[in-house]
Design a protein around this ligand. Structure first.
Ligand SMILES: *Cc1c(COP(=O)(O)O)cnc(C)c1O
Length: 394
């Protein structure tokens, strides 16, 4: 067990206020602690916040990715493409549906899916008749991918876009809110405690397409439909409901929704703070041989992670620096180890060298602590320890 007491600094943590606690206890005292009025209120609040028609709350972003892939018709014989530099869930959702997963290499300076690599891979895939059905761009560290470029490719090659915005609620792309689905079919958010806002565990899918919304809403709850107008058969009795599809229990509770609804009030503050802290790091790191991830033009990042990339460090030095930081009570983390090199994906045929930029990236980045409440002294301590680690590892 890691001791999370000071002086330990985790890379990320939740920011729970007294108002949040009150909001949850209010639900505990009410008549509904699971499927009551708070989830619809939370869904509407998110939809309004990110300027989208529909929002479907579920118990995790992983569940949201799964029902989104099903809604997009992904199945055996299909391909889902994502980036190797993401959490495994962005790829696994394709496997849940029986589809094959493949990856597109990244841009080293942003860590995001590379558009030239995507274009190149699509050309090849078209020539061999293996075009993807769904592409999952991941807004790593809270910064949106180039969605207009991906959207224009989707029109040419006929794939659907599922944005994994687990890191990116509160961010914008060309002044449009991440989650507005201007350039995609569905966007997914995570409300895990290390993310921007939290519900404990939880996730949300957003879309502007009513059929996708209805389908996801049904299958998050076993595929059950209660609206008589949508019944396939005449109702047997006043107790009736129909199971029309094979769904799951991916429901999120009103307790969690109350936390989320309350947390949402802090979204602007949290994103501003994260951007301010990132800017501080940028200044503090100015003389060190490392760089924070670049944020693309026209993007306001949600500032989920402070990822720094060593400009001259070898693989060995990277590991050493990581260990030295951990022993100095700085909870650095790696975002991410390339997904294609996880044993599960190696067993499916992927290998070292398949996505070289992602592999180089992974052996040269670490995430520094970043969360509202991190002080100037904390940040100076992190950077001083980083300097120490660099010297010691020479
Ligand atoms: C956290 C995360 C997920 C999964 O989120 P859960 O809510 O924990 O299921 C998916 N994709 C990315 C990029 C993530 O960071």
């Amino acid at each position: 067990m890691i001791n999370y007491e000071p002086p330990f600094l985790p890379y990320g943590r939740q920011n729970i206020t007294e108002d949040d606690i009150l909001a949850v206890t209010e639900v505990l005292r009410s008549n509904w602690i699971t499927q009551g009025p708070v989830l619809p209120a939370f869904e509407q609040a998110i939809a309004a916040k990110v300027s989208v028609q529909y929002a479907i709350g579920v118990n995790s972003a992983t569940s949201a990715l799964h029902i989104a892939c099903l809604a997009l018709g992904l199945g055996p014989g299909d391909y889902l493409w994502t980036t190797p530099i993401t959490f495994v869930a962005s790829a696994n959702c394709g496997r849940y549906c029986g589809a094959e997963v493949d990856f597109v290499d990244i841009d080293i300076s942003t860590g995001l899916m590379s558009i030239p690599c995507l274009e190149h891979k699509l050309e090849i895939a078209e020539s061999v008749g293996k075009l993807p059905k769904v592409i999952v761009p991941v807004h790593l560290a809270g910064s949106s991918c180039d969605m207009e470029a991906i959207s224009s490719l989707s029109k040419r090659y006929g794939f659907s876009i599922l944005e994994d915005a687990s890191h990116a609620i509160g961010g914008t792309y060309k002044k449009q809110k991440v989650g507005s689905c201007r350039n995609s079919s569905i966007t997914v958010f995570s409300f895990h405690p290390v993310k921007i806002i939290t519900t404990g565990e939880g996730g949300m899918a957003t879309t502007n397409i009513p059929e996708l919304s209805d389908y996801m809403r049904d299958i998050r709850n076993h595929g059950i439909v209660r609206d008589k107008k949508r019944f396939h058969y005449e109702e047997a009795g006043p107790w009736g409901y129909e199971q029309q599809n094979l769904g799951f229990n991916y429901r999120i509770t009103d307790l969690q929704a109350a936390l989320g609804l309350s947390q949402l009030k802090q979204l602007e503050y949290i994103v501003d703070e994260r951007n301010r802290l990132l800017e501080n790091y940028r200044k503090l790191l100015i003389n060190l041989p490392m760089e924070l991830l670049s944020i693309p033009e026209d993007v306001r990042t949600a500032g989920h992670l402070a990822v720094v990339r060593f400009l001259s460090a070898s693989r060995q030095k990277h590991k050493q620096i990581f260990q030295l930081m951990r022993s100095a009570n700085i909870g650095v983390q790696l975002h991410y180890s390339p997904v294609h090199l996880q044993p599960y994906y190696r067993n499916r045929g992927f290998n070292v060298g398949d996505f070289p930029v992602s592999e180089t990236y992974s052996s040269s980045v670490i995430s520094l602590p970043l969360f509202p409440g991190l002080t100037e002294e904390d940040q100076k301590r992190v950077v001083a320890e980083l300097e120490n680690a660099l010297l010691k590892s020479l």
